[in-house]
Ligand binder design. Sequence first.
Ligand code: SF4
Length: 62
Amino acid sequence: MKIKIDQEGCIGCGSCQAICPDVFEMKGDDNKVYVKENEVDKAECVQEAIDICPVQVIKVEK
Ligand code: SF4
């Protein structure tokens, strides 16, 4: 599973990091979220983050 975030669309709300900090990380000053761990197998929180993202910019490729 490969996670992709559309950086342009991310509004930096921090929800994905709050729900799944092993995978998503807000670093730097640009208020965008980055993927820490791109190859994750059974991270249920990834799906929760996808569901909770208010602008739906988190995608996964299987
Ligand atoms: S939940 Fe969506 S909008 Fe919020 S920080 Fe994560 S990717 Fe960005």
